[in-house]
Design a protein around this ligand. Sequence first.
Ligand code: COA
Ligand code: ZN
Length: 304
Amino acid sequence: MLPSKDVVAINEVVLRDGLQNEPNFVSTEEKIRLANSLSRTGVRRIEVSSFVSPKAIPNLRDAEDVFRGIERVPGVTYTALVPNERGIQRAIECKVDEVNLVMSIGEKHNLKNLRMTCAESLAQFKGIMGALAGTAISVNGTLATTFGCPFEGPQPVERVLWAIDTYLALGITGITIADTIGVANPRQVAKLVALIRKHHEDLPLTLHLHNTRDMGLANAMAAVDEGIRSFDSALGGIGGCPYAPGATGNVCTEDLVHMLHRCGIDTGVDLEALIDLSGKLSDILGHQVPGYVVKSGTSSRLYA
Ligand code: COA
Ligand code: ZN
């Protein structure tokens, strides 16, 4: 169900998109602690890990242990990224609430990232939907590189609409459009979101933004104005796809929540708790995070 008009849902992806691109492995215990803390901040969905090849993404090789270790808070959806049929077996065994399937709009990025053509990815998804039949696991589908591919450049909107139709025909119920490499601009976002919503008015549509060129929050606001009520974002603004050259962090959760709250748009998220967690994340990673409000404080900060 889509949240109401003035409420935006936050899907926290720091444990997946965030950690997949970090130089160092974050321990399973730290991941579990972070997931448990995030579960109590009011975020709607937590992407806990990904069931991908441990050779492709060594940082998330402990997906099973993380899933086994976390406490599940009622009302929070615990999801994981899945690229293929092997991944879905692991996800089912871990009793995920939802899976997030991923394919790129750009063929070349799909080949680099998943070593499959788009047709091969879709064939995997068909098998996955079969494997999920009769389970209570819901399925979201992400379209990576929707706003531009690092190898092919801009992608035709017709291809995006085709991919959405194809996902829906497979039985996927929620769609995420992703700006994997942070090339989208606010006008482009507004136009594409309006077009998609014209074709699929009630479709649960999520936007996944990267802040590579500092357009992340502007893009988010443009999307909200066009009716988007669900965002992926990462605590601290870390993250990125290791198979997209030059990729950098997701739009930062606490910065996004701060902006939305200042605009009078509720998220149900405890901003102070997020800022506190973002400070702890820097300690865990051993470096500063890109986010702003964790350093500056909120806009209501006063000095003596
Ligand atoms: N989970 C765990 N292991 C997996 C797996 C999965 N979902 N899918 C494949 N593997 C293993 C195979 O068992 C095999 O292992 P082995 O070498 O020990 O025999 C190995 O990976 C290769 O399998 P193959 O089916 O040939 O896969 P591939 O090498 O063509 O890679 C993917 C395909 C999809 C598995 C890989 O590209 C991948 O995991 N990509 C994810 C990238 C990512 O997460 N990017 C960021 C998010 S968008
Ligand atoms: Zn991403």
